[in-house]
Design a protein around this ligand. Structure first.
Ligand code: ADP
Ligand code: MG
Length: 303
């Protein structure tokens, strides 16, 4: 029996592995409560999410579901109210202010929805990309900026300022800028929110290229459910929790989308409303364990 099997069986002195021990990003029962006056808003309500190194994940959800709050926490700009959040070796819950700055500079890259917020208007694309690596010698900095602009497919705008570029070009330069200091994790909050469908596709293609070629782990937030056809894994957030996932797989040349419900570590899962309505499931259901699946029956069913 292999050592890992033994460990899995608990036949080893080692303690059971912690939730998400091998993941790059771990959100464990994450809670973020905003207090505005006497009103409390629970933006995140026990969110669980694991992202492994090298993955590209899209996070979708209605407006107000907690997507930006999640990215704010992962970027180190905001601290959660409760729960555990780790990115690589950084425990973002316990991180002192000074480490937070180092974390933001070294570990994450960020792209905002507003094109104007990502780039300085009076600098060229090349200068914008070179800005986060000001400590690198000039010639190397220039070469690195050009290499990144080529990677995201906008080498031709190197000498242009943002107002001389299209929205899609600006967002791709923003991606290159976010990559300048080689972050482990690239976060993008609705980077295509101001773009049309074709340009949206281009920006997602760029993120996939970055993910595949630079090996950067990508978490991209969008309110557009159609993106699940553009990325391998789409996680849906509802009311501050992850509720379902769509995995995109290629099988014999066909693209297959498989939808999964997300079960939290206490075993709770959300049954989609259409299923509940179709079978008139109410507050009490019967669970019947079968050999290879679990059956859920309406109250009074399955006698
Ligand atoms: P999304 O990005 O999915 O639209 P957000 O994370 O921005 O959602 O917001 C989640 C919830 O938290 C919303 O109800 C929003 O109004 C609230 N919220 C976000 N930021 C703040 C804040 N700074 N103060 C108070 N409430 C906030
Ligand atoms: Mg948002």
């Amino acid at each position: 029996m292999s050592e890992s099997t033994l460990e899995a069986l608990g036949g080893n002195a080692a303690r059971p592995a912690q939730y998400g021990h091998d993941a790059l990003v771990v959100c464990d029962n994450l809670v973020r409560i905003y207090q505005s006056g006497s009103v409390e808003v629970q933006a995140l309500q026990g969110l669980d999410l694991l992202v492994h190194e090298g993955e590209m994940v899209a996070v979708v959800g209605a407006s107000g579901s907690g997507k930006s709050t999640l990215l704010g926490v992962l970027s180190g700009m905001d601290a959660p109210t409760a729960g555990r959040v780790r990115v690589g070796r950084w425990d973002l819950m316990a991180m002192p202010a000074r480490e937070r700055v180092t974390y933001r500079r070294q570990t994450v890259g960020f792209v905002w929805q507003q094109t104007s917020r990502n780039l300085l208007p009076y600098l060229t694309a090349r200068q914008n990309v070179a800005l986060p690596i000001a400590s690198v010698p000039r010639r190397q900095r220039r070469a690195r900026a050009e290499e990144l602009l080529d990677l995201v497919g906008v080498g031709h705008v190197a000498d242009r300022q943002p107002h001389e570029m299209s929205g899609g070009e600006q967002q791709r330069v923003a991606i290159a800028t976010a990559l300048a200091n080689s972050p482990q994790l690239l976060l993008a909050d609705e980077p295509t929110g101001e773009l049309d469908t074709t340009t949206t596709q281009e920006v997602f293609d760029t993120l996939r290229t970055v993910n595949r070629e630079a090996g950067t782990t990508v978490v991209v937030v969008t309110h557009d459910h159609a993106v699940s056809s553009l990325v391998e894994r789409t996680v849906a957030i509802r009311d501050g929790r992850t509720s379902s996932e769509v995995l995109r797989r290629e099988s014999d040349g066909d693209v297959v989308h498989e939808e999964y419900a997300v079960m939290d570590r206490a075993g709770r899962l959300q049954v989609p409303r259409e299923y509940r309505e179709a079978l008139a499931l109410t507050s009490r259901v019967r669970l019947v364990l079968e050999a290879d699946h679990l059956a859920v029956w309406r109250d009074g069913g399955a006698r």
